[in-house]
Design a binder for this molecule. Sequence first.
Ligand code: UD1
Ligand code: CA
Length: 456
Amino acid sequence: MSPLNIVILAAGKGTRMHSNRPKVLHTVGNKPILGHVLDCANSLNPNKIIVVYGFGGETVKQAFAQENIIWVHQAEQHGTGHAVQQAIPFLDADADTLILLGDVPLIDAEACRKLISQADNKLAILSFNKADPTGYGRIVRNAMCSVTAIVEHKDATEEQHKIHEVNTGIMAMPNVHLVQWLSKLDNNNAQGEYYLTDIVAFAVNDNVPVVVEITADEWSVTGINSKMDLVQIERVHQSRIAQQLLLQGVTLKDPARLDVRGELICGRDTEIDVNCVFEGKVSLGDNVKIAANCVIKNATIASGSHIAPFTHIDDTQIGENSRIGPYARLRPGTTLAADTHIGNFVELKNAQVDVGSKINHLSYVGDSTVGKNVNIGAGTITCNYDGANKFRTVIEDDAFIGSDSQLIAPVTIGRGATIAAGSTITKNAPADQLTLCRAKEQKSIAGWKRPQKVKK
Ligand code: UD1
Ligand code: CA
């Protein structure tokens, strides 16, 4: 097969988005629309990808700075044919070209492969049947059912308006023909634009066979023009992810109330309750349970761990059989070993907690190393920040920190040490001893009266 060039048309303004952000940078599943199209393009192993951009140019380029893309600027948008003309200097004479649209995020690579497989000596077009074809280019066929032309809605006759088979805009053809056809385009039509679709009639004229693949998956060829389209496509994208997870054996309490904005990998017998959001790369082991209303980003949660409702997890690794939440917040840099318990209103940041340790209530543990089988009582705070610099707290194995203690970093609590409740610890506490640091005496004042409210 010939080498493959892919041209992605993405110069449109996207006026109906009513946004300062270029249309192709709006996101589906937290990835720019154009990013989805590029994923599809890359999966087809092209020898080059050319993106025709216009509106909001520099920001679009910046968003894909890591990608190997040839950027072609279309300063004024004079139509899809004009857009492809801008790419001519980069088209390889011996290659075929696949045209994709930058605003069609759910584009199906399999359908593209079918077009490409025909493009060696044919013009291959992807079409679909649209209940309301208003606005679309119609696929016009003769009595033999062969395609003779694509006619744009605004140029179509009343008779042609009745055709429901429409052009997706996605097509493939040999460059030898494409370049020649592009040179023949004119703008003598209802919109005064250079229509790429006019090449169909040229192909018929040149006896180059025109083949049409009809897709039944309308969403995979739906372009985004408004926020309404965007939210519909988002739901379709999410429901497809949910379906895939269900097919793999994941239990979703309600597939309509799951959002995966990145990549979610699940083991066997994973259960996910409603309204959970997964961002970035999240990996859940076997028998992991995620309760309702959790937000989990860039995390690994090992087998057998349970995450209770309303827990936030960001950039954190959780070992096997741990119990987290409800209402826990695990911030970046946190690693929990197996069998750890993190309870309600506990915030961990850059904390490494070893096997079997428990921080069950109302604590802040940051920039800390916590050993094995440590128990950190309710309301314990590691004071890691002096207003300018951050310091570490080290709590060694088997230590017990009494409730409402403050550990003022840098400080080390020795192995097996006990800190009495209510202590403010400023110096290292030795192993195996009880360390107290409270007000010296407990006083009671007889006859003391509570303050009264003053009448104004
Ligand atoms: C085009 C097709 C139509 C098809 C429809 C599918 C033509 C003439 N018409 O319609 O047959 O049914 O797509 O949605 O090709 N673009 C540019 N530069 C331009 C114009 C467009 O880059 O000068 C890009 C847009 O950003 C968009 C794509 O091309 O990604 C399609 O443009 P759009 O205006 O949405 O499609 P139509 O021309 O209405
Ligand atoms: Ca206190």
